[in-house]
Design a protein around this ligand. Sequence first.
Ligand SMILES: [Zn+2]
Length: 414
Amino acid sequence: MKALVKRNTTCRACSSSIEQFLSLGKTPLANAFIKKEYFKKEKYYPLRVGFCPSCGLVQLLDVIDKSHLFSHYVYFFSVMPSSSKHFGEYAQDIKNRFVADPKKEMVVEIGSNDGLLLQSFQAKGCAKVLGVDPAKNIAKFANDNGVETIADFFSQKLAKNISKKYGKAQVVIGNNVVAHIDNWHDLAKGMDEVLDDTGVFIFEAPYLMDMFENLAYDSIYHEHLSYLSVSPLVKFFKQYNMDIFDVQTFRRQGNSIRVFVCKSAKHPISANVKKFLNREKRAGLGEFQSYQVLAARIEASKNALSAVLAELKRKKLKIAAYGAPARGNTLLNYCKIGSETLDFATEELKSKVGLYSPGMHIKVKHIDEARKNPPDYYLMLAWDYKDQILKKESEFVKRGGKFIIPIGDKPEII
Ligand SMILES: [Zn+2]
């Protein structure tokens, strides 16, 4: 049997030795909400982050086997309210820029989940779409909904099979997959295989700069194997004669980047790429010392949050968590915030209600139930949806309820 967790000692992009700069302790998997009867069996894994001094890639030192992490993924995009509009605009933009003949040219998506984005491409007239997603239950759902989907991990081998059966792809999309993939070399070889000569690979991922600018360290959890910035990516794809020819930034799950890759010299390189590289250089993203400073700030942020919460408890105020996102579990476990501090966590997804948060075991209540008997303070774990939450909970705020934004150098109280 394969070990569930392996120690990653060399960089997945350039094979140099990695230097650790941060340990968030041992935590369960961030999406593993649990029933009470399984508390004793709960598994913990170290969560440590390192930096490659050679190419600058930030990555986890502890890698959980992918079949354990992703074969039964429970996150369906379609239930997220902001997804549908985002995907519609995204599909239109990509089609305008890169698909000259929508009847013939193929669009492939890796990690296609329930097929919502590919449906947007179909709605814009792209006739040939193909999804790839390892979660069998989700792939079946997509197939039943008219988006042909292969239930597998993307690999060079799968890329060969796709080219043989369906032909080459003009566009390959991989949103929130590059940061999740361990074997980047197999990914790049697969891209080389499946992409048409002028084809493009486009992927989105949380941007490492968010950690420096907003101290969003709660994006660190076991599913996220790498923390992406543009500079290491440019160097990595060069090894495979591929260019990053454009980069965009946008707000989603904090600050994210969208990266465009093509075979060498097949598309003109946008001035954006240089802008990102310069910005990263100015912020010191290529230097180990910057990460030591970052780690110290993260620890100080934890201490500041603990002090605020302890003061509220001393005043006998009621506190609960708003939202139960995966990222919140990194924060709760690292800061050791448990049921002695938080009465419950709210959630809109029925599938999580009644379960307990991994590690700290905060009970998850439906938001409707929480509204009947709200706390004095909400710790906003889903802070990346701050504006929507404040709007939705305007009644709570009007009656004097407060929100604590837990990340940043000091917690913010609204
Ligand atoms: Zn490296």
